[in-house]
Structures are given as structure tokens and as C-alpha cells.
Design a protein around this ligand. Structure first.
Ligand SMILES: [Fe+2]
Length: 350
């Protein structure tokens, strides 16, 4: 199977990322960030807190608002303007309590990052904290989440179940979005993909694989065990891993853990890298939790795709994002550069 060069021409509709040097035309640069937790700083109506949100609100007021800083997101945006990725993937928890005001605030932030064709969003458990009015919440992000047209259901979407899995194709890249976000009990932060979505995922992975596309699966909850505690787990992670093991995928991205993670998932055809980004807004003194985003540079050659993973971490001293060198994950060991070979027998990392 021959992988043709990536088409990294910016999508129509403008945006803030300029054309790269023509000599770099065969590259596709993807930025992955997650969990900005943009809370609403204004007054909150009491009736909006008469549910799971009350515990989250108190936790925010007395603990987490000191960690997640809006000014770090502003600095991150400036750094992305210099990095100039062809596409940005955000793996959920854009909001903290899933309030309509937070959805609006996140929508404004998304617009500052790029157009809906340049930015792909999947929801997190905080975005689906409680059952909410679709039109006042997720509908605000619909054009950042939905598949390329033509959309299923004639484009009429009234819930996350109508929307996912999503598929967006950019050149030789297939961006496949999954939804693991559902309201859960107050003490839980679990996620579930569900049987219908898994069955559709199987079809999408097979079809995009047959087309020779580089398949990137984005989901909020980690698909591997041992990354988060049981109360934060993906309840059907085993089934999801089974689908990916059968059908293959070239890269999986997740958030939720608030720690950088880099692992691999064994499939019938090889190993799929599974990369987790910490919160994009965290000012934590714990280096593993501090704000980061990942930059994947995919370079096509005649029959392979070289993938380089770079990390940019927030420096509180310099008040900017800086490149991070070396191994930071105690779980995975060094995997800064790997070669992903797509062939008729699947994907291998060498
Ligand atoms: Fe989460």
C-alpha cells in the first residue's frame, strides 16, 4: 500500500495559520490538547447547582480554580500561532460544570484557535456533567465536532448519540472522534462508548483502513487500563480495545488523566501508540500535571509514514510553552520518534 503525500493545504475559510514552506509540503502537523476546564467565573444560579454540579462547584471554588488558569490558555494560543499546526484535536473537558455559560465561553476560545474545519473536538465527562439542554450546550460546538459533510441524519443532530463516531478526512489523515461522555453519579467520572458506537467504529476503521488513510482515534477517557482509577475509568475499554485490535488504528489520543502518558496498544497487526495529554491550563507544581500539548509531525514517504511526537510544556518561570526533551512518563519509556509502516498486513512501529 502506497501512502501518497499529505495535502496540508489549510482548509478554506481563513484561520490564523499561515502556509508553510512548499519544501515541507509532505508534512502534516497535528496538535493535541485536552482538558482546559474553562469554568464560568460569573454568578451561578442556585437551581443550576441542585445536582451533581454542587460538589464540582465547591471543589472548583476551594481547590481547582487555582490550578486551571485562563492566562495559560492565552499563552498556549500564542504558542500555537507559532507552531502553526495543520489541525488541532481537543479531547474533552473544555468546561468544568457543563454550564451553558461555560459552553459559550469555550465556543469563543475554539473560534480563537481556528475554524471548525481546523479544530476537532470530542466531549469529556465534565462537559456532560448532568443532563442538559442540547441547544444551550453541545449545539454551541456542533460544527467543531461533527463529521465532514454529508452528515448522517440529514445533518439533524439532537444529541451526542446522533453524532458519534465522527469522521473527518484531511488529506491522508482520518480523524475519528468517539464520545465517552455521559452523566454519571456524583462521585464518579466514568465514561462509556457503548455498543452502537463501537459497531459504527468498526465499520469506520475498516473503511478508512481500506482507503489507506492514517487513522487517528480521539477519545476523552484513556482506552488502556491502569492510567486512571476505577472511578474514572472507561467502562467498556476492553471492548474498545477489541475493536481497535481487530481493525487497527495508527494513533490513539486521549485526555482525562491530567497527566502525560504514552503507551502502546497491541493489535493483531502491530502496536498502536496511545498518547494522553494533560490539562492544557494546569499551573500545577507537579511537573507531570503541568500544562502541555503534543505536536505530532507526520511525514509521508513512498510506503510509510514517519511520526514524530513533540511535547511543549508550560514554563511558569518563562511564562511561555517550551519544548520538552527526554522521557517524562514513568510508565512508557522513550518513544519520541517512531516509524509507522502502513502495509497490507497493518501497521508496525519500528
Ligand atoms: Fe475528564
Amino acid at each position: 500500500m502506497v501512502i501518497t503525500p499529505f495535502d496540508n493545504k489549510p482548509p478554506s475559510g481563513g484561520g490564523n495559520r499561515a502556509q508553510r514552506n512548499p519544501a515541507e509540503k509532505e508534512r502534516f502537523v497535528l496538535a493535541h490538547l485536552s482538558d482546559p476546564h474553562m469554568a464560568w467565573a460569573g454568578p451561578v444560579k442556585k437551581r443550576d447547582l441542585l445536582n451533581k454540579r454542587l460538589a464540582g462547584y465547591l471543589k472548583w471554588r476551594f481547590f481547582r480554580n487555582t490550578e486551571h488558569r485562563r492566562e495559560i490558555l492565552t499563552i498556549l494560543k500564542e504558542d500555537l500561532d507559532n507552531t502553526r499546526p495543520d489541525h488541532i484535536v481537543i479531547t474533552g473537558d473544555l468546561t468544568h460544570l457543563g454550564l451553558p455559560a461555560e459552553f459559550k465561553k469555550a465556543r469563543t476560545w475554539l473560534q480563537s484557535l481556528g475554524t471548525p474545519s481546523q479544530v476537532t473536538v470530542v466531549p469529556g465527562n465534565h462537559d456532560a456533567y448532568v443532563r442538559s439542554d442540547w441547544d444551550r450546550t453541545f449545539a454551541c460546538w456542533l460544527d467543531y465536532m461533527r463529521s465532514d459533510p454529508p452528515c448522517r441524519n440529514g445533518g439533524r443532530v439532537r444529541g451526542l448519540d446522533d453524532l458519534f463516531p465522527t469522521l473527518r478526512v484531511r488529506g491522508r489523515i482520518a480523524l475519528i472522534g468517539l464520545c465517552s461522555a455521559h452523566p454519571s453519579a456524583p462521585h464518579l467520572a466514568i465514561g462509556t462508548v457503548g455498543g452502537p458506537q463501537l459497531r459504527k467504529l468498526e465499520t469506520v476503521l475498516k473503511q478508512t483502513g481500506d482507503r489507506g488513510l492514517f487513522r487517528i482515534v480521539a477519545i476523552h477517557h484513556p482506552p488502556l487500563s491502569g492510567i486512571v482509577s476505577r472511578r474514572k475509568r472507561l467502562t467498556d475499554a476492553h471492548a474498545l480495545r477489541g475493536v481497535v485490535a481487530r481493525c487497527g488504528a495508527e494513533l490513539m489520543l486521549h485526555g482525562h488523566a491530567h497527566r502525560m502518558a504514552l503507551n502502546t496498544l497491541d493489535t493483531r497487526s502491530g502496536r498502536t501508540p496511545v498518547a494522553g495529554a494533560p490539562s492544557a491550563s494546569s499551573s500545577s507544581s507537579d511537573h507531570q500535571r503541568r500544562a502541555r500539548y503534543h505536536v505530532f509531525t507526520l511525514t509521508a514517504s513512498e510506503n510509510a509514514c514517519n511520526v514524530h511526537m513533540g511535547r511543549r510544556v508550560y514554563s511558569p518561570d518563562a511564562r511561555c510553552f517550551i519544548p520538552e526533551k527526554g522521557t517524562v512518563s514513568p510508565v512508557t519509556g522513550p518513544l519520541a520518534l517512531y516509524r509507522c509502516i502502513v502495509g497490507k498486513h497493518g501497521t508496525r512501529i519500528g
